[in-house]
Design a protein around this ligand. Structure first.
Ligand code: ZN
Length: 116
């Protein structure tokens, strides 16, 4: 290798390192997003699981009562969904179960009004 070749080689390596560094930054961004998403889903899952457990408990307590009246379970289901919405989760079929981030959702509100 003569001096010119060495210099070209070093420049090439420099470029490669620059590209790798950029790629590393991109991957880091992706990982951060995935961790954030994972966190969000964990919280959401925890919330939904609690709600499910509470609902199962209520149904057990209600026992045969629910079977006697057809209207009661519908009202109860509505209350549960309304509460879930109040707690900040979507209950519409478009975004069901995902956090509303303090925004009202037209789909959810339409759904709530329809089932009142
Ligand atoms: Zn919604």
């Amino acid at each position: 290798m003569n001096k010119k070749e060495i210099l070209e080689h070093v420049t090439q390596m420099e470029e490669q390192i620059g590209q790798l560094y950029k790629q590393l930054g991109d991957v880091k961004g992706h990982v951060a997003k995935l961790l954030e998403e994972n966190n969000r889903l964990t919280v959401e899952n925890h919330h939904l699981r609690n709600r499910l457990d509470g609902q199962a408990e209520q149904e057990q307590k209600a026992g045969g009562k629910a079977a006697q009246s057809k209207e009661a379970p519908i009202g109860e289901g509505y209350d549960n969904l309304a509460r879930l919405y109040e707690e900040g989760f979507h209950i519409c079929n478009v975004h069901f179960g995902s956090p509303r981030r303090n925004e009202d959702c037209l789909f959810c509100l339409t759904f709530l009004n329809k089932n009142k």
